[in-house]
Design a protein. Structure first.
Length: 223
């Protein structure tokens, strides 16, 4: 099955209105939590981003100083049939009650970092736990270890498992906060179509490399 993974660089609040009502099968996204962690340039454990045994920065950025506005959430709900939103516990005022939360167990053992992360979903099925180690140099799939280039990067393997559980091949997936592009790659690997937005132009070349593309164009269904 041929699928497409495409993106636009810009503020998602300005770009989401281009997408028709309920034309997206699933929003899968990880918005800024407003914790200001991007100002440190790194988060998590030491991994390939180390030099002489010390953490090196991903780059000091300002995008995590505040959570997205209510209008962004309204747009996400308008365009999509279902939603999975990581960090849902930080956006309670924008969300409805849900019986189906996703718990990402990071298998961190005695790490000082969080044992898990929560994702709110619009589904009515039971809460599910997805276990995927993501502890610095220790990753679930060590044979296909991912290079971590973003302070809040999510593992492709985790997103692939979520997509296969909550969507089907050929579905249209949207991620308004692409970051490092995990959703794009996970959709490519699982035969889903993906449209994403990212406010920072610095990620443009990274997406092309990650998806092994020479260029990317938006499909007609997104306009």
């Amino acid at each position: 099955m041929k699928t497409t993974q495409t993106w636009k660089i810009g503020d998602c609040l300005q770009l989401l209105p281009e997408i028709p009502d309920k034309s997206i099968d699933l929003i899968l996204t990880d918005p800024p939590y407003g914790l200001n962690i991007a100002s440190t340039g790194f988060v998590g454990g030491a991994d390939s981003n180390t030099k002489n045994g010390k953490l090196t920065a991903f780059g000091i950025q300002e995008w995590d100083k505040a959570i997205p506005t209510k209008e962004v959430f309204k747009e996400m709900f308008r365009i999509s049939k279902n939603q999975i939103i990581f960090g849902g516990n930080y956006f309670i005022e924008y969300l409805t009650n849900s019986p189906c939360w996703i718990i990402w167990d990071k298998d961190n053992l005695d790490s000082p970092f969080a044992d898990c992360e929560l994702a709110w979903t619009s589904f009515t099925s039971a809460t599910r736990i997805f276990k995927w180690r993501w502890n610095g140099m220790l990753q679930e799939d060590m044979k296909n270890k991912e290079h971590r280039v973003h302070p809040t990067q999510k593992p492709v393997g985790l997103f692939k498992k979520i997509l296969m559980k909550y969507s089907k091949e050929g579905d249209a997936i949207c991620d308004p906060f692409l970051g490092s592009g995990t959703t794009l790659e996970a959709c490519q690997d699982t035969n889903r179509n993906c449209i994403g937005f990212e406010i920072s132009p610095d990620w443009e070349k990274h997406y092309r490399k990650r998806l092994r593309l020479d260029n990317a164009k938006l499909d007609a269904w997104t306009t």
